[in-house]
Design a protein around this ligand. Structure first.
Ligand code: ADP
Ligand code: ASP
Ligand code: MG
Length: 467
């Protein structure tokens, strides 16, 4: 069971989380609980690290002081007596260490990816201790596990790659005995460590990934992702408040959605679950009675072509025009090798006789990439683009779908179009400022008359939306 930032954002939320876990235990189920940092804490830790890195020592320490208060205040609301005193001491120790670290970064005047991971790891280290103690006080036998002892990764700081065999061995050694003793292990998501013990992180939104790794490694019967919406919706409810819950979706569809920007799941979450055929549920911790979304290997047939619409912003389009290497073999390889060299992932590609257009979402290394591409072609790039992606396994059976999609967004300037090889997604690039409008038009066009067996049409009611 994974609880996201909003599900542990304050004492009330942690109380709800405890009640949900109690419900599972009362049904005779055993749970491992994975928690995110309290809502917004990761962003604030990143801001503190960045401030220290540019020698703003006071700014960094001020952020840390605010975080210290928030964690201690929440602990005071959650725990009584000796339990509170003990945890307060632990939290103070952790924040003293964080402050030392921030001073160190400011003194050196340099923030490395490795140190950044160490700073940001405090969020999940603290929240997991608080939730474990809260469970203990509420008779749930919470047992804190430092995720860094189990989630073994490589040393790719900021986006470390988990080592699944080593993780499974550690979970068997350290977590299984707790379950067998009737306890509820609680660990932070998102964080891990190399086999030498250096702290790493799995990338933003990575707690979902931790949940899937733990579920996979422990051969769980189900993986539950508890968040602040009723499940996977037909689009981001922050863009369309009338988005509907999707009752069932396939692994493949969910993976495409996550990859193309639906923040509700981390893109890598599905993988360990697929490998072991473990069903994944997305559920609402503010509305635990709701059925949520079930993600399974096979999706039932759906009368609508699409299940959901995702959008991903902050992309850049790169146009590579091959006047000099026109028609020479090895050209595509030469272009992709440059992206490979800088470990830059490409989202979408379209080609013509002389040009290739590519989109990327990380542009830190863009100047270097373009300079190198410039040796073999003419290169132009344009930022502030967005990708809109419609996903559904039933696209296959519908003729004339592209026509319907593009007539719904005929007022928007569309730059690149692609229908994925998997035939379950259709995507196109537009300017960032057109995203909301395009998604709303598409949602209106494709979800006016939704298939009641797949979408929760009965609940066209208010949806929990983040404040
Ligand atoms: P958590 O902190 O629980 O991991 P996130 O903020 O990472 O939560 O993800 C949940 C949010 O994802 C929702 O509040 C919603 O705004 C957003 N979201 C984007 N696309 C979708 C979608 N298709 N279905 C549901 N939620 C979505
Ligand atoms: N706390 C981390 C983040 O905000 C991981 C997560 O919440 O999934 O990215
Ligand atoms: Mg998330």
């Amino acid at each position: 069971m994974k609880f996201g930032g909003t599900s542990v954002e304050d004492a009330k939320a942690i109380d709800r989380t405890a009640a949900i876990v109690r419900g599972r235990r009362e049904r005779g189920l055993e749970a491992v609980v994975v928690v995110s940092a309290m809502a917004k804490v990761t962003d604030q830790l990143l801001a503190a690290a960045a401030a220290a890195g540019r020698d703003d020592r006071a700014g960094a320490l001020a952020i840390s002081a605010r975080l210290r208060h928030r964690h201690i205040d929440t602990t005071a609301d959650l725990l009584d007596g000796e339990r509170f005193v003990q945890l307060q001491e632990t939290i103070n120790h952790e924040f003293d260490a964080l402050d030392d670290l921030l001073r160190g970064i400011a003194a050196v005047g340099e923030l490395t990816a490795r140190t950044n991971d160490l700073v940001v790891s405090f969020g999940e280290r603290l929240s997991s201790r608080m939730v474990a103690a809260a469970f203990e006080q509420r008779g749930l036998q919470g047992a804190h596990v430092d995720a860094r002892t189990c989630i073994v990764t490589d040393a790719h700081y900021g986006k470390a790659v988990p080592q699944e065999n080593a993780i499974e061995a550690k979970l068997t050694e350290l977590v299984l005995p707790l379950i067998e003793a009737g306890q509820t292990p609680v660990m932070g998501g998102f964080i891990g460590a190399t086999k030498e013990g250096i702290t790493t992180t799995l990338g933003r939104g990575g707690s979902d990934y931790t949940a899937a790794l733990v579920g996979g490694g422990m051969h769980a019967g189900a993986i539950e992702i508890w968040t602040d919406v009723n499940g996977i919706m037909t689009t981001d409810p922050r863009i369309c408040p009338d988005a509907l819950r999707v009752k069932t979706i396939s692994f493949e569809e969910a993976a495409e959605l996550a990859y193309f920007g639906a923040k509700v799941l981390h893109p890598a979450t599905i993988l360990p679950a697929v490998q072991k055929s473990i069903p994944v549920w997305v559920l609402n911790s503010r509305n635990a009675e709701n059925e949520g979304t079930k993600i399974t290997a096979l999706a039932p047939k759906c009368a609508s072509p699409f299940k959901s619409i995702a959008a991903k912003k902050r992309l850049t389009i790169i146009d590579v025009v091959a006047s000099r290497m026109l028609m020479s073999h090895g050209y595509l390889k030469a272009v992709f090798d440059v992206f490979d060299k800088y470990k830059c992932a490409i989202d979408m590609v379209s080609t013509s006789e002389v040009s290739i257009s590519l989109t990327v979402d990380s542009n830190e290394r863009l100047p270097e990439i373009c300079e190198e591409l410039g040796k073999i072609a003419d290169v132009k790039y344009e930022g502030r683009k967005a990708l809109v992606c419609l996903v559904g396994e039933d696209i296959r059976g519908h003729n004339g779908i592209a026509g319907q999609v593009f007539s719904a967004v005929s007022h928007v300037n569309v730059r690149m179009i692609s229908q994925g090889a998997s035939e379950i997604n259709m995507s196109f690039m537009i300017d960032e400022e057109d995203v909301e409008e395009a998604v709303r038009s598409l949602h209106k066009r494709f979800f006016v008359n939704p298939d009641e067996t797949i979408f929760d049409v009965a609940a066209r009611a208010p949806i929990a939306v983040k404040a």
